[in-house]
Design a protein around this ligand. Structure first.
Ligand code: IMP
Ligand code: MG
Length: 180
């Protein structure tokens, strides 16, 4: 698996250090707000788990599966709500946790959905932020790292469902797209 990576952008160590900083900032911001941490499946899981373990506040956790990418390197533009969350968000302070914000389509959909369901506040923390990909005018209040407009894998990010378990974020070798 490691042989398919052209270069490493962020190591496990760098990621964990940055998550510690985000966790401190978010713990301060949300200390009396009893937030609902809403993890966007599947890519957001690794980041969310590491983040919440470092947040020393009362918080609840839920999951939603919204998908735009269907296994390739390009978004299809279509968006599907695959699994809805279980919590009632009415009056809640919701913190969305994402692996990466690219076009912003997923996030725009989530924000609209949560606001229409009566959430008191909706903010987002994304491990990675790819601003050059942006097509929707969404706010990413907190993020770990800014990344270039390249197709990345690891630390939750996948290519055809693989590479999510890499502990670092890297660029996939272009030969991998043509072979598989
Ligand atoms: P958006 O809706 O275009 O912002 O895309 C968000 C979703 O697309 C992310 O949550 C990822 O699942 C996926 N995605 C965007 N960029 C990449 C990438 O470079 N590698 C892997 N998945 C990506
Ligand atoms: Mg995602």
């Amino acid at each position: 698996m490691n042989n398919d990576i052209a270069k490493v952008l962020y190591t496990d160590e760098q990621i964990q250090k940055r998550i510690g900083e985000l966790a401190d900032q978010l713990s301060e911001e949300y200390k009396d707000k009893n937030p609902l941490i809403l993890c966007v499946l599947t890519g957001g899981v690794l980041f969310t788990v590491d983040l919440i373990k470092k947040m020393d506040i009362m918080a609840q956790m839920d999951f939603i599966d919204v998908s735009t990418y269907f296994g390739g390197t390009e978004t299809t533009g279509e968006l599907k709500l695959i699994h809805d969350m279980t919590a009632d968000v009415k009056g809640r302070n919701v913190l969305i946790t994402e692996d990466i914000v690219d076009s912003g389509r997923t996030l725009q959909y989530m924000i609209d959905l949560l606001k229409s369901r009566g959430a008191k506040s909706v903010k987002t923390v994304s491990m990675l932020n790819k601003p050059e990909g942006r097509e929707f005018d969404v706010n990413v209040e907190y993020y770990g790292f800014l990344v270039p407009n390249e197709f990345l894998v690891g630390y939750g990010l996948d290519y055809k469902g693989y590479y999510r378990n890499l502990p670092y974020v890297g660029v996939l070798k272009p030969s991998v797209y043509s072979e598989k």
